[in-house]
Design a protein around this ligand. Sequence first.
Ligand SMILES: Cc1cc2nc3c(=O)[nH]c(=O)nc-3n(C[C@H](O)[C@H](O)[C@H](O)COP(=O)(O)OP(=O)(O)OC[C@H]3O[C@@H](n4cnc5c(N)ncnc54)[C@H](O)[C@@H]3O)c2cc1C
Length: 269
Amino acid sequence: MSSRTEAVKIAPNDAFNIQTVLWVKHWNEHLFSFAVDRPASLRFRSGEFVMIGLPTDARPLLRAYSIASPSYSDEIEFLSIAVQDGPLTSRLRHIIPGDEIYLARKTTGTLVADALTPGKRLFLLATGTGLAPFLSVMRDPDIYERYEQVVIVHSVRHVSDLAFRDVLESRLAGDPLVEDEAAAKFRYIPIVTREPFPRQKRITTLMEDGGLFDGVDGEKALDPATDRVMMCGSMDMIRDCSAILERLGFEEGSNAKPADFVIEKAFVG
Ligand SMILES: Cc1cc2nc3c(=O)[nH]c(=O)nc-3n(C[C@H](O)[C@H](O)[C@H](O)COP(=O)(O)OP(=O)(O)OC[C@H]3O[C@@H](n4cnc5c(N)ncnc54)[C@H](O)[C@@H]3O)c2cc1C
C-alpha cells in the first residue's frame, strides 16, 4: 500500500507523546490496523479512545481513535478506516513501521465496564470500525469476571470489512489471557449487508426477530434485568438501537451514572 521505505520522524511537541509505528496490517483498500509502542506513562481503561495524529505545517492534525488493545497491553493498537480525501486517513493509510505519530497523553470514553451496572450477558454492537473499542473490551480478562456471556455483533457492508473474523470465529483462541474464559463465554455474530452472507439483516431487525441470540444462552430477547449493551459505530445504528432499548426499559449509562447501556458515536453515516 505504501511505496516508502524510509520512516517519517516527528519533531517533539509538549502536548503529545510521539510514538513509533510497530506494525501495519491492511484488511482491504479502506480498512487497516496498526500499533504503536506504549508510552510508559499512558494509563487507560479498556474501551476508551484517544486523540492521534500527524504533523502539518501549522498544528498537528488530530482525530479521535478508539484503542483496540486491552488496558494491560504493551502495544497501543488501532483499527482505522481510510476515507478517500479524508484529511487524516488519506495520509495515515500510508504509514509504515518506524513512522512516528502523535498520541495524546489523556484517554477518555464511555464504552467501559465501569459505566454499566452489573448484569449477566454483555452485548457489544458495532458497525464498521466501531469494532475497535470492543476488541479492547473483549481481550480484557476483567470482562469475563463480570459477565457470563460476552456477545459481539459486527455489522459491515462487505465480507472483506469483517476485520479479525478468524480471531473472533475462533473465540479468541491463542489469546494469552482470555482464551479459556472466551472459549466458554464469547460469541461472535457477523453481519454483512451488501454482499451474500448467512446473516444480512440490520442489527435492529436481529434485535427484534431473535437473530441476535443465535448461539447465545438464555432468553431470546433483551431484558434490562440481566442484559447490558455497549454500542459503537454509525449514528443511524446507535439512534435506532437506542430507541429499541429504551422501549424495552433500558437506561443509558455514563461514567458518572452507570446504567444498562452505553454508546459512542464514532462517525456519521
Ligand atoms: C469517539 C470517536 C472514536 C473514533 N474511533 C475511530 C476508530 O477507532 N477508527 C476509525 O477509523 N475512526 C474512528 N473515529 C473517526 C475518526 O475520528 C476520523 O473521523 C476518521 O479517522 C477519518 O478521519 P479523516 O480526517 O480522514 O476524515 P474526517 O474528515 O474525520 O471524516 C470524513 C468523512 O468520513 C466519515 N468517517 C469518518 N470516520 C469513519 C469511520 N471510522 N467509518 C466510516 N466512516 C467514517 C465521516 O462521517 C466523514 O463524513 C472515531 C471518532 C470518534 C468521535
